[in-house]
Design a protein around this ligand. Structure first.
Ligand code: ADP
Length: 835
């Protein structure tokens, strides 16, 4: 700036040549130019500006160097209003300063806000006359910045203080909370502990590999049943009974692997208070780990499910029973269904009956209207008599009953003359009585009449009423009916009843349900019960307990229309005696032939039976006595025959042969009688053992062929049949059948013995080509002593015991005998043996 000022053309300026400048101006300018701070001098009345280098930025680059030597008023264009009063004030002698004035300047090539303190000081001479103004500028930008920073900092601080205050408040609140939490924590730990301790399910904590019990709640202590001193003890020592129940292994696994273990419905057997008890548990073992994940123990929790498991088992067990029950139920349901079906059909029947009832009712109604017609057709005669006039009226039916000729009017005389002479007197008496006003009124008689037309005697029933008029019979009305047939029937019935009453046989009628409906006097005598006692009772009252099956058998035969005749059995009397009876039972039929009941005639054959027994005993005894001489006779004959065989005497030899044959016949007969007496006295014994049927039949056939050369005997189909029977007795049956076949058929004919095997039995038959048997004989041919009486059989000897014995033997084996026969063609006798 010094340079610039020296070069400046001051000649032309108001200030003039600087050499001529007043002293103050010179001095001040020199100081200014050497001062590093911005300084300006404004001189003279026009305030001409001089300035140093440091002022250039404050002036602005645009006003430098133009502002040098120029009035301030000119360079402050636009700013004159504010600066001019300030400058005049200073020129008036007052120094003015203002601090931290912001100026926007261009410094170092860029615009920036800069702060200055400005001081305006008047420049005076030695006479204190003011010539100009010294302007000194001190930059305060740093101070302003520092102040601003401080202000901001202060603001920050005060804000922080506020925040701090709030934080403090929160802090104290948090502290309070913390205290509360700590307290609650303690509380809840206590609570949790008491909950766990009193939990209804078992909880236990075991420490270390040895499973030392660190915690056990009441539930688990109760289950263990080892007292309450369990803490600190080893699990395995406390519960040794678990050693073989895999619990220790499960715990150990959890402890070593850290994997939890869960069991469901596990059976656990414990010794509780010294008693072995079975429990079922759902339980878990869980590993307990510290912060580092190291396992330090095992927690055991569980639930006692014994009740539910037992219940389930029970349910399973009962489910089987239930299944069975269900089956039964199903069966009952079926039965029910069946009953229902029956009911349904009963209902149908009911409906049907109702219908029938309805029709019957209808019919009843119609029949009422037909009554009149019916009277006419049933020949019910009506009559009317007026005693006063002697008038008599007879209906057509009555005229028919009497057979009175059509043209002849009835009169009391004619009526009286046709009463049967035996009844005439008492009938007249009855009529007179009926007309007596004191004793009479009604009239009901049965008597005989003599018909007009053919003089026939008829029975009639007459009923009448007398109507009186002032104590005199005025009118006599009535009916009459021919009851001749009824009378006859009554007489017949009375006769029958008399017969029934007087017969020695018990005559009893009964229903198919075996209920007694009539009981005659002989029945009373025979069984000791009165009719009153027995009518309505069951016939089973008379049957001994060991014969109860007889009745259904008899009934089944009667149902098929058969008669049961001369059935010999035993019956019980009222006083407990067993009597022998021969019973004949026949069906009782109604007019339409329908069986409506049964009549039973029982004959007491006790005496006859006793006789028979005596006879049997006698026969048995005699036969037995005869056997001994016969046996020795037979032996003697054998020897004699053997001896004679060696001689030439053919006659004697032949005679011996015949004698021998006769002795054999006789011994067969005697054996038969012996067998009968044995049989009847129950001494015959069946001794069964298995044997071959063919061998037996061949034996009999062979033996017969030796004695009877007259017939051809043929055996077939009997091989490989084994029966279990009494061999001797079966042999006698076969023998009897074959010898009968020979006896009752012509010489030279064939006899065929055949065997058959059916499902359950062997059937043996003997067929001949003989005389045959009539069906009526066939019925009784197996009866004892029964023989067919005919010209064919008269010359054939026999007693009729062979077939009887055979049948008895077979029946005692559980088999059956029967025959097929045709007269003149031949017979086949069969018997069966159960296999
Ligand atoms: P018996 O022959 O000794 O008289 P049975 O009891 O053996 O006694 O026979 C009873 C009756 O049956 C005989 O009298 C006879 O009339 C008849 N009879 C038995 N077998 C035959 C047969 N094969 N052919 C015809 N009639 C027979």
């Amino acid at each position: 700036m010094g340079e610039l000022m020296r070069q400046f053309d001051w000649q032309e300026n108001v200030l003039g040549n600087p050499e001529n400048w007043p002293l103050q101006l010179k001095q001040q300018t020199g100081i200014m130019l050497n001062t590093p701070s911005p300084m300006m001098i404004c001189w003279g009345k026009d305030l001409i500006r001089l300035y140093n280098d440091a002022s250039i930025p404050i002036l602005g680059i645009n006003r430098h160097p133009g502002a040098l030597g120029v009035s301030v008023y000119q360079t402050f264009a636009g700013g004159q209003d504010t600066i001019k009063p300030l400058l005049e004030k200073v020129m008036g002698g007052e120094a003015v300063a203002f601090e931290d004035f912001k100026v926007r300047i261009n410094r170092n090539g860029q615009e920036e806000d800069v702060y200055f303190d400005f001081s305006y000081t008047p420049i005076t001479d030695e006479y204190m006359v003011i010539h100009g103004i010294l302007v000194i500028c001190t930059e305060t930008t740093a101070k302003v910045a520092a102040l601003e920073g401080m202000r901001i900092a202060n603001k920050e601080i005060s804000r922080s203080k506020e925040v701090l205050a709030i934080d403090n408040e929160q802090l104290s609140a948090s502290q309070k909370n913390l205290q509360k939490i700590v307290y609650e924590l303690a509380e809840s730990e206590h609570r949790v502990r008491s909950i766990v301790e009193n939990a209804p399910f078992p909880i236990g904590v075991y420490m270390g590999k040895e499973m030392r019990i660190a915690f056990a709640n009441k539930a688990i202590i109760d289950i263990w049943g080892k007292g309450s001193e369990v803490i600190g003890r080893k699990y395995s020592e406390l519960l040794p009974e678990l050693s073989d129940q895999s619990v220790f292994t499960q715990m150990d696994n959890v402890y070593t692997t850290g994997e939890p273990f869960h069991a469901r419905n596990q059976r656990i057997d414990l010794i509780v208070d010294n008693n072995p008890l079975t429990y079922y548990f759902n339980y878990s073992f869980t590993a307990l780990k510290d912060r580092q994940g190291k396992i330090y123990g095992v927690m055991n929790t569980g639930a006692d499910v014994t009740d539910s498991v037992l219940a389930k088992q029970l349910v399973e067990e009962t489910s089987d029973e239930l299944a069975a029950l269900n089956e039964e139920l199903a069966a009952s349901n079926e039965e029910l269904q069946a009953i229902n079906d029956q009911l349904a059909s009963t209902n149908e029947e009911l409906a049907e009956s109702r219908k029938q009832l309805a029709t019957a009712n209808e019919e009843l109604a119609t029949s009422a209207s037909r009554l009149q017609m019916a009277i006419e057709s049933t020949s019910l005669g009506t009559w009317e008599y007026i005693p006063k006039t002697g008038e008599l009226y007879w209906s057509k039916e009555l005229r028919d009953i009497y057979g009175i000729p059509e043209h002849q009017p009835p009169t009391m005389e004619a009526f009286a003359s046709h009463i049967h002479p035996d009844d005439d007197q008492w009938v007249q008496l009855q009529i007179a009585t009926a007309m007596d006003p004191v004793k009479g009124g009604r009239y009901d008689l049965s008597y005989r009449i003599i018909r007009f037309d053919n003089n026939e005697t008829r029975w009639i029933k007459v009923q009448g009423t007398v109507y009186f008029d002032e104590g005199e019979a005025a009118r006599f009305i009535g009916t009459a009916f021919d009851i001749t047939e009824l009378k006859e029937a009554q007489e017949k019935t009375a006769k029958l009843a008399a017969i029934i009453a007087s017969t020695d046989d018990a005559i009893i009628s009964k229903t198919f349900e075996s209920i007694i409906t009539s009981w005659n006097a002989s029945a009373e005598r025979m069984f000791g019960y009165s009719a009153d006692e027995m009518i309505g009772e069951s016939i089973y009252k008379l049957i001994p307990p060991d014969r109860l099956e007889e009745e259904p058998l008899i009934l089944s035969r009667l149902r098929s229309g058969e008669r049961v005749q001369h059935f010999e059995t035993k019956r019980l009397t009222k006083d407990g005696r067993l009597i022998d009876v021969s019973v004949t039972v026949s069906p009782v039929k109604d007019n339409a032939g329908k069986i409506i009941g049964l009549s039973k005639i029982a004959r007491d054959i006790t005496e006859r039976k006793l006789d028979e027994n005596r006879k049997n005993d006698f026969i048995g005894m005699v036969s037995h006595e005869l056997k001994t001489p016969l046996t020795s006779l037979s032996a003697i004959l054998q020897v004699a025959k053997a001896k004679l065989n060696n001689t030439d005497d053919t006659f004697l030899a032949g005679a011996m042969q015949k004698a021998n044959h006769q002795v054999k016949r006789m011994s067969t007969l005697i054996n038969g009688f012996l067998n009968i007496s044995r049989l009847e006295s129950g001494k015959i014994l069946i001794e069964k053992k298995p044997f071959d049927l063919e061998a037996l039949i061949q034996d009999v056939a062979d033996e017969t062929r030796v004695t009877a050369t007259t017939h051809i005997i043929d055996v077939s189909g009997c091989n490989a049949i084994e029966v279990n029977a009494d061999q001797d007795k079966i042999q006698s049956v076969v023998s009897n059948f074959i010898s009968n076949a020979i006896k009752y058929s012509a010489n030279g004919t064939s006899i065929r013995v055949t065997c058959q095997r059916s499902q359950n039995d062997a059937i043996i038959s003997v067929q001949d080509e003989g005389i045959g048997i009539h069906p009526t004989d066939a019925e009784r041919i197996f009866d004892r002593y029964y023989r067919v009486e005919s010209n064919n059989t008269r010359h054939i000897s026999g007693f009729g015991i062979g077939l009887y014995l055979s049948a008895e033997i077979i029946e005692r084996h559980g088999g059956r005998v029967w025959l097929e026969s045709e007269v003149g063609k031949g017979s086949t006798f069969y018997f069966s043996l159960p296999l």
